[in-house]
Design a protein. Structure first.
Length: 136
């Protein structure tokens, strides 16, 4: 696996970002927009997915990164659950539901695979300060 220097380069973070943007868009329309409680909860959960990946990447240890990826996976599960209830309430079109569910499931699978990779390659989480200048 190539070295990842920025969390923005992580495929799982990119998919989580896509999920957050989609959730924001679909919650702006129709009856979903009026259900402020559900709208706010699903938006917070979707943003938490990408935030946990970023926070974990910037953490001090690989174990912490894995833990944050687990939180991201859990948040994506929450998004899935909220999408299902929103679909039950008929707040979403079939296409919106299927696309958002597909992306959430992809984030869950990718988070799991990334955690497994990091746990099986402990040497992969070495930080470098190459090119960084410190002012004294």
């Amino acid at each position: 696996m190539p070295t990842i220097k920025h969390f923005e380069d992580i495929y799982t973070w990119k998919k989580a970002r896509e999920l957050a943007v989609l959730v924001h868009k679909i919650t702006e329309q129709g009856p979903f927009a009026k259900d402020t409680s559900l709208k706010n909860q699903i938006r917070r959960a979707a943003v938490s997915v990408m935030s946990n990946i970023a926070e974990g990447f910037e953490s001090q240890t690989q174990a912490q990164f894995v833990q944050y990826l687990g939180h991201a996976k859990s948040n994506a599960g929450e998004v899935r659950s909220l999408l299902i209830i929103a679909s039950d309430y008929q707040y979403l079109t079939k296409e919106q539901f299927e696309l958002a569910l597909h992306i959430a499931n992809k984030v869950i699978r990718q988070s799991t695979l990334f955690m497994e990779y990091l746990e099986s390659h402990p040497e992969s989480r070495r930080k470098s300060d190459e090119g960084v200048e410190y002012m004294v």
